[in-house]
Every structure is written in C-alpha cells, then in structure tokens.
Design a protein around this ligand. Sequence first.
Ligand code: ZN
Length: 134
Amino acid sequence: MKGEWPRPVLDVWNAPFWAAAREHRFSVQRCENCGLLRFPPGPSCPACLCEAAAWVDLSGTGTVQSWVVFHQVYFSGLAEAIPYNVVQLRLDEGLRFLSNVVGVDDGEIRIGMSVSVVFDDIDEEFSLPRFRPA
Ligand code: ZN
C-alpha cells in the first residue's frame, strides 16, 4: 500500500500496545485478577472490573472471520491505497482484531484463512501490525 497512514493517537492505555508493536511484538492486556485478555486496552477488566493488568505477548496468529474491500476514500492519507482490505480476525487466544491481510490479492481472502502477524515499519516511530497468510 502506498500513502501516508493515519497515526494512532497515543494515550496512557494504548501506548504500551504501540511500543510493543514497534518492537514487533503483538501485546495485549491481561487482567491480573481473572486472566481475561482484552483489546482494545483500557483502565479496567470488562469481566471483573479489576484495574490491575499486565501486558503479555500473543502468538500473533489467528483466522479471518470476515473482511471487506474499501473502494471509498475514508482517510485522505490512504487515498493511494484504494482499494484495500479490512479484515476481522479471531486471534488464536480468542480476541477479535481488525487489520489488513497483505501478501495476497483481495479476491483471495477467505473466511477461515489462517494468518500470522507481520509488522510494517511505517516510519521511525510507528509500526503497524498487519497479517499475512500463515
Ligand atoms: Zn478480570
């Protein structure tokens, strides 16, 4: 894909995710009380409301649950990338995650396709987790 990617707006909750991505690790919060993995990151566990959480690295593998191909420009920085896919993944650890599948034509994406994470170094500060067929 070409074009300037939109940048994440960093806050105290999501900064660890992006810092890990910069190191090419796919990391999410795990509740210190009940063990629930969660994404997006936030201040408390949606299951038990515990505020203590640790960051743990996941396998970075999962399967495609659904996908679309964007033909409309929703982000001016991605105008040159049109058309591009957006996929809903089910990570092997159970979390849902939205991303892109790279390395295949959009028409080859299938529900149930096994994928694994790759990190695109967008610039010197920002790496974007995306997925390729496993
Ligand atoms: Zn919990």
